[in-house]
Design a protein around this ligand. Structure first.
Ligand code: SF4
Ligand code: SF4
Length: 308
């Protein structure tokens, strides 16, 4: 995407000179349609040219077991026994939620390392990343990962390169069951509403949309059969919000630190005006270094070419 599409940059308060108007986009993941085939994981690796380490079988379907700098999306599998005694497979595609109020961007201290585009996509710019990991602290969904190879942070980009030329993200393109759909956020909400009516008619009375307002809503949303308990789905946060540490840093600590620095500079200025520059008195000046020993002039350097 172009710089005119950026509406927010990390560690930057200067407003963008011009921003193009764009519709909010969203990816809707219908958990009730997912069969756990992992085609979306493969498509993500293929499109983004990611090659993660070959892992081990841990006796579960999750593979890899967690997100990494080279696995930007993973399927998380949960066996759930309902109150009625029915066993349910809850399968959730995990990855960046592209928050409307991204905690990663708020926490990042490096200007421009994280940007938010006018269509809602949150993207990392590795050229400007300093690898401090603050984005991980700021993210309520525990998404970014630091690469062991180049010490930069990585996560799903919502295929911003594809979206910028009118294509859908690679995972959406490949999903064989239509569990992932992509479009304007409004359209996705309407689509979700239809799916929720269907799920309720099939006995899932708590079916609903996951678009958490604690982060201003997200540009990746889920249709859940048990929307009253998102944490059933491999720990999806029930009520995510930006960490108080980030709010503290942005809201109190940072202004106080800046005030402290300003006071030190002001004090230094008044000291200079009233007292003048610091001068070293003659009797304070060092009179030579006592640790340096004078070389005995009778000692000569050995020169193999000169006769002794
Ligand atoms: S899910 Fe985490 S990494 Fe993604 S935009 Fe939100 S805060 Fe940032
Ligand atoms: S491609 Fe679709 S059905 Fe397959 S695992 Fe991903 S979301 Fe589920």
């Amino acid at each position: 995407m172009a710089s005119q599409d950026i509406i927010a940059r990390s560690a930057t308060t200067t407003p963008m000179p011009s921003v193009r108007q764009m519709d909010d986009v969203a990816k809707l993941i219908d958990v009730s349609k997912c069969i756990g085939c992992k085609a979306c994981q493969v498509a993500c690796s293929e499109w983004n040219e990611l090659r993660d380490e070959v892992g081990h079988n841990h006796g579960v379907y999750d593979n890899p077991m967690d997100l990494t700098a080279e696995s930007w999306t993973v399927m998380r599998f949960t066996e759930y026994e309902s109150d009625a005694g029915n066993l349910e497979w809850l399968i959730r595609k995990d990855g960046c939620m592209h928050c409307a109020e991204p905690g990663c961007l708020a926490a990042c201290p490096s200007p421009g390392a994280i940007v938010k585009y006018a269509n809602g996509i949150v993207d990392f710019n590795q050229d400007k990343c300093i690898g401090c990991g603050y984005c991980i602290t700021g993210c309520p969904f525990n998404i970014p990962r630091i690469s062991q190879k180049d010490h930069k942070a990585y996560k799903c980009s919502l295929c911003s390169d594809r979206v910028s030329v009118g294509l859908e993200p690679a995972c959406v393109k490949t999903c064989p069951t239509g569990a992932i759909v992509f479009g304007s956020k409004e359209d996705m909400k309407e689509h979700a509403a239809e799916r929720i009516v269907d799920l309720k008619s099939r006995g899932f009375e708590n079916a609903g949309l996951y678009d958490p307002q604690g982060v201003g809503g997200t540009h990746v949303m889920y249709v859940l059969h048990h929307a009253d308990r998102p944490s059933l789905y491999a720990g999806l946060p029930d009520d995510p919000g930006i960490s108080p540490m980030v709010s503290l840093w942005k809201g109190v600590t940072k202004p106080l630190a800046l005030l402290g620095m300003g006071l030190v500079a002001l004090f230094g200025f008044f000291h200079y005006v009233r007292v003048g520059p610091n001068r070293v008195e003659e009797d304070e000046a060092p009179q030579g270094d006592a640790t340096v020993h004078k070389v005995d002039p009778s000692v000569r350097e050995f020169d193999p070419k000169s006769p002794s």
